[in-house]
Design a protein around this ligand. Structure first.
Ligand code: ADE
Length: 407
C-alpha cells in the first residue's frame, strides 16, 4: 500500500514541517499576520498539512485519527483563542470553566467565570458558600444542578483530598457532577494525563472525520469514540490535543450552519468533507418534543417592594426564587383569588407583554400582570426591596422578561 505524504513523509502520512521549530504558539509569538476573511492568523505551513491517500486504500479509522494529531496540534498552537481559563490552567479553574461551558457559550461564560473565581477562589471557599449566594453567582447560566453539584463535589474534595483536586481520571469521575467529559478535561488540561475529553464538539468533529453515521446522542457512540481517541491521541500533548479538538468544533466545524472546511486543519483527512456528507453527519436522533405549559406571572408590587417566593427543594428550578406565578392563562378578574389577594386591596392591574422561556424539556408560555395593591402581602410571599432582587435573591432567567419591568 503506498501512502505518500507531501514533503516530510511521516509515518502517520502527514506532511509539512515548520521551517524552524514552532511557527508560533501559545507561549511564543505567532510569526503570522491576520488573515483577511477569518480574523484568524494567516495559515502557517504547519496549518496546511496534507494527507495523501491512495485512492481505493483509505486509512483505517485508527490511522486516520493518528494522522490528525500533528496538524491539529500545529493548528491549535497558532489559532487557540485566548480565554481566561486557558491562561492559568489550574485544576480548580479548569473544573469551574468546564462545568460552566456545558450548555453555555464561551462568550456568555467569561463574565460568570471571572466573578465566580473572584468570590470563590478555591475549593474551600466553594465548599462553604451559602446556597443562595451560590445560586446568585450562577443566576442566568441555567441548569442550576451544575452549581449544586460543584458545591457537593467541593465538600468531598475538601474532606477527602485536603482541598486539592485529584489528578486521576477515575477518582475525578466519582465526584458529583463530573462525567467522562469533565473528568477527561480536568485530567488532561490541568494534569497532562493522556485521556480524551469527548463533548458535543468532539463528537461532531470526529464523526465527520470518520464519516461515522453513529448517533452522537447515544452513550454507546461516546464510549466508542473515547476508546478510539484514548488509543490514538498523542500521549504527551493531551491538553492541547483535547482543547484543539474542542476548538475546531467550536469555531470551524461549527454546531450550527455550514462547517468552515476551508479553514480546517483536518480538511484533507475528513471523509465527510471528501464525500460531501457534512450536511448529513453528525447523525442525531430528533429530540423529543418539549411539553408546552401556559403560566400567568404576577409582579406583585407595593411601593419599593415586590413579592417573591422560594421554590420547593426538588424539581425544576429547585430552591431558587420566583415571581408569583400559576399554571394557566388567567384573566385579570381571576388574579385576586389565584394570588391570595383581597379584591378590595387591588389598586391597579396592568397587563404585561407575553413572554416565553425554553427549558430542556418544557416551554413556558407566559402572560403577565403588574398588580399594585394595598394591605398585607399574602403570607406565602416574601416582600423584598426591589434593589435586593439584583444583589441578593437568585431569580432564574425564566422570569427575566418580567423582572426587567420591575422599576
Ligand atoms: N467548550 C468546552 N470546553 C471548552 C474549553 N476548554 N475551551 C473552549 N470551549 C470549550
Amino acid at each position: 500500500m503506498c501512502r505518500r505524504a507531501e514533503g516530510d513523509a511521516a509515518a502517520a502520512g502527514v506532511s509539512g514541517k515548520p521551517e524552524t521549530g514552532m511557527a508560533g504558539g501559545m507561549s511564543g509569538k505567532p510569526e503570522t499576520s491576520a488573515g483577511p476573511e477569518t480574523g484568524f492568523p494567516a495559515r502557517t505551513l504547519y496549518g496546511r498539512l496534507k494527507v495523501l491517500e491512495e485512492p481505493g486504500a483509505p486509512l483505517e479509522p485508527e490511522q486516520r485519527l493518528k494522522a490528525m494529531n500533528r496538524p491539529l496540534l500545529a493548528w491549535y498552537e497558532t489559532h487557540a483563542r485566548v480565554l481566561p481559563w486557558r491562561e492559568d490552567p489550574q485544576p480548580y479553574r479548569v473544573w469551574i470553566s468546564e462545568i460552566m461551558l456545558q450548555q453555555t457559550r464561551v462568550e456568555a461564560v467569561k463574565p460568570y467565570f471571572e466573578r465566580f473565581l473572584k468570590e470563590l477562589p478555591d475549593v474551600a471557599a466553594l465548599a462553604r458558600v451559602e446556597d443562595d449566594r451560590l445560586m446568585k453567582l450562577w443566576e442566568g447560566l441555567g441548569y442550576y444542578n451544575r452549581a449544586r453539584n460543584l458545591k457537593k463535589a467541593a465538600a468531598v474534595v475538601a474532606e477527602n483530598y485536603g482541598g486539592r483536586m485529584p489528578s486521576d481520571y477515575g477518582t475525578l469521575l466519582k465526584l458529583p457532577g463530573i462525567g467522562t467529559y469533565t473528568a477527561g478535561a480536568i485530567a488532561s488540561i490541568a494534569f497532562g494525563q493522556p485521556v480524551p475529553a469527548v463533548d458535543g464538539n468532539v463528537l461532531r468533529v470526529i464523526s465527520r472525520v470518520l464519516a461515522s453515521r453513529e448517533d452522537i446522542l447515544k452513550q454507546s457512540t461516546k464510549r466508542w469514540m473515547e476508546a478510539l481517541l484514548a488509543k490514538t491521541m498523542p500521549q504527551d500533548q493531551a491538553s492541547h490535543f483535547n482543547q484543539g479538538l474542542i476548538e475546531i468544533g467550536a469555531v470551524v466545524c461549527v454546531p450550527a450552519g455550514s462547517p468552515r472546511c476551508g479553514e480546517c486543519p483536518l480538511e484533507s483527512l475528513c471523509l465527510a468533507k471528501r464525500e460531501g456528507l457534512t450536511g448529513e453527519i453528525p447523525v442525531k436522533t430528533p429530540a423529543k418534543k418539549r411539553r408546552r405549559e401556559e403560566r400567568t406571572v404576577c409582579i406583585l408590587e407595593q411601593g419599593s417592594r415586590v413579592g417573591i417566593r422560594k421554590r420547593g427543594s426538588s424539581g425544576l428550578l429547585a430552591d431558587l426564587y420566583e415571581l408569583p406565578n400559576v399554571e394557566g392563562y388567567l384573566e385579570s378578574e381571576a388574579l385576586a383569588s389565584s394570588f391570595g389577594l383581597e379584591p378590595g386591596n387591588i389598586l391597579q392591574v396592568e397587563p404585561l407583554p407575553e413572554a416565553r422561556h425554553i427549558f430542556s424539556h418544557v416551554e413556558w408560555h407566559m402572560k403577565g400582570y403588574r398588580v399594585l395593591f394595598a394591605g398585607e402581602f399574602p403570607r406565602e410571599y416574601m416582600a423584598v426591596e426591589k434593589g435586593d432582587l439584583q444583589t441578593v435573591y437568585p431569580l432564574p432567567n425564566a422570569f427575566a422578561a418580567y423582572r426587567k419591568l420591575i422599576r
